[in-house]
Design a protein around this ligand. Sequence first.
Ligand code: FAD
Ligand code: NAD
Length: 474
Amino acid sequence: MSDKFDVIIIGAGPAGYVAAIRAAQLGLKTACVDAFTGKDGKQALGGTCLNVGCIPSKALLDSSRQYWNIAHNLPAHGISVDNPKVDMATFIGRKDKIVKQFTGGIGQLFKANKVTPYFGTGKLLKGNSVEVTAADGSKQTISATNVILASGSIPIELPFAKFDGKTIVDNAGALDFTAVPKRLGVIGAGVIGLELGSVWRRMGAEVTIIEALPDFLSVADADIAKIAAKEFAKQGLDIKLDAKLNKAEVKKDGVHLTYTDKSGEQKLVVDKLLVAVGRRAYTKDLLADDTGVKLDERGRILVDEHCHTGVDGVWAIGDAVRGPMLAHKGSEEGVAVAEWIAGKAGHVNYDTIPFVIYTEPEVAWAGKTEKELKDAGIPYRVGTFPFAAIGRAVAMNEAVGQVKMLAHAETDRILGVHMVGPGVSELIAECVVAMEFKGSSEDLARIVHAHPTLSEAVHEAALSVDKRAIHKGN
Ligand code: FAD
Ligand code: NAD
């Protein structure tokens, strides 16, 4: 096989591997270069998402939820279990098996679609060649008409709490604890802090989360964040807002933290510390000096609205470029770029990307928050509906949270939907479809929703925009 391709993709995360499969489907001769090494020392395709992100975190969230429910949900159903035990090797091993199944699955998809994988670090050279350096240092150069950069992101490290892989850890470390830490400290009450903090809290750890901002989950709608904060506090997640970490010292008896909050300097000792203060685009060794590809002020690869870098035939997608750091955002950019390369009409609607936090209750939203609408001076109407009045949620003993819908006051077009409650990671999809079709709250209100289902909360929230919800006062 010659080493000249139509498309080379650097990075096999959800942005890169999806771009590779779509390009190959479109008849383009495609290669994908990735350097990620799995626990077995072999190439592990799938990037952060499959290896140390979305998939393993959801595996542990589900296992820990089962364990938590034994003591916190089953008794309400009249079921009790004496002395439940956890086998940590099975707990972590199940997660590893799922990761292996899915990373291996990408290899099979590459084979089936005739994508050529390269194992090593890819560097873009001038003229759309890529130098691939294997782990043993050997190099080869491949070239293509188009190169897609999909190098992803890595965790941000704090200079005064550097990762040591054992006691002060990032997401990868917190997915691989061999025992439940008695006291877990988390820096950052963002998505990773809340999801992985929940995993270990449910398994019995005392979890303290230190968050720099004064508002909890400020990216979400304020009403939804307020409900979520209350529920997380009930579960024992101790979230300290407006708190700034000053020092983290690893000593024999744990990590000694010094932080400052409204009351002054505070001290806390924990057994493990997870630092989850955001991620940054990863471009180390990615670009030769003379490629012409530029980075923005935050170190992300600079692209236009079509993910084009401005250098002929060079594109960039996923966490390495602007926009939310979400697997599905990167995947859709990958599909769109492959289609643009093939001369088709690619498309990504950044206004309707769903956000989900897989805590208990789950949090999900799409579109504008109430504050964003207010700040932009857009007239809106609000409809809300609580899960407490949804028969299915009550039957499940999970009747917390609400659906909140925001629609334009004059046109009734849905501008944002915000949810906290059971199964909202799935419920948001209906709202995204409605928004994608420029639907109105009346459209959703007129659709027949199965009874009894959680989706009735979406239906009732849509009715509530027009003050005609059936199962609550308006
Ligand atoms: P990545 O997945 O980071 O993949 C980039 C790949 O490129 C990696 O394999 C890397 O090794 C490789 N690479 C980089 N540079 C080179 C080079 N020069 N040569 C060769 N290979 C290179 N998102 C969601 O949507 N839902 C979730 O539930 C979710 N959960 C998450 C949980 C955690 C704990 C974390 C950390 C993230 C989570 N995310 C989630 C975010 C999601 O993982 C990322 O948005 C997504 O992985 C980004 O995809 P990507 O392809 O752009 O980059
Ligand atoms: P994040 O941006 O979600 O949260 C980081 C938090 O840390 C913020 O609340 C921030 O204010 C706080 N912070 C920053 N510096 C701090 C400091 N010095 N001290 C205390 N707090 C500080 O980032 P993350 O949780 O690290 O996640 C990284 C990315 O991964 C996110 O962009 C997210 O999109 C993605 N992710 C998504 C999912 C999902 O979709 N369910 C799950 C996990 C991660």
